[in-house]
Write a protein that binds this ligand. Structure first.
Ligand code: ATP
Ligand code: MG
Ligand code: MG
Length: 167
């Protein structure tokens, strides 16, 4: 019997080191772990959330296909974060890589360890904008709104998240 494959969207962020190189390594590590990366969003740059005395963030998103359960996927993402040198630090402090599960199929779940859809997704242009590159018409489970509609609903400055070209 073949394992049930699910599609999920990951949000990637980094503001230390070389964010684009770290995204490349994260993609390679995902593939090496049996996760298929089906599509990649453009790169975006924005001011940090939380402490302002840290570098700007680069963000992107991935569409993946995996046989891992949501919790197994979370564990893999944490392993990859550590492998890329992420250290524990202050909440929303600077990091070499952040790998978050934005959406996992039509799953809605909320536990201490994992909330899907990501609990801040609807508020964050830096997460919604790359996700919209991949899936603008995707309805976000629990919200009954598309990614595009969530973006249009934000009342911050659309220019706060800027598309950047890879170097
Ligand atoms: P934020 O959640 O606001 O984006 P963060 O990504 O900086 O903050 P982390 O330190 O990376 O936070 O993760 C803290 C914990 O969040 C993780 O250990 C994980 O258990 C939990 N978590 C809950 N939901 C998710 C999710 N959808 N994706 C990734 N981690 C999640
Ligand atoms: Mg995060
Ligand atoms: Mg995280």
């Amino acid at each position: 019997m073949t394992a049930q494959m699910e599609r999920a969207y990951l949000g990637l962020g980094a503001n230390l080191g070389d964010p684009v190189a770290q995204f490349e390594r994260a993609v390679a590590e995902l593939e090496r772990s049996g996760v298929s990366v089906l599509a990649r969003a453009a790169l975006y740059r924005s001011a940090p959330v939380g402490p302002q005395d840290q570098p700007e963030y680069t963000n992107t998103a991935l569409l993946i296909e995996t046989a891992l359960s949501p919790l197994e996927l979370l564990e893999l993402l944490k392993r990859i974060e550590r492998a890329l040198g992420r250290e524990d630090g202050v909440r929303w402090g600077p990091r070499v890589i952040d790998l978050d599960i934005l959406l996992y199929g039509s799953v809605e779940l909320s536990s201490e360890r994992l909330t899907i859809p990501h609990k801040e997704l609807a508020k964050r242009r830096f997460a919604l904008q790359p996700l919209a590159d991949l899936a603008p018409e995707q309805v976000v489970p629990g919200l009954a709104l598309t990614v595009r509609a969530l973006l249009e609903r934000l009342d911050d400055d659309p220019r706060s998240v800027r598309r950047v070209e890879p170097a």
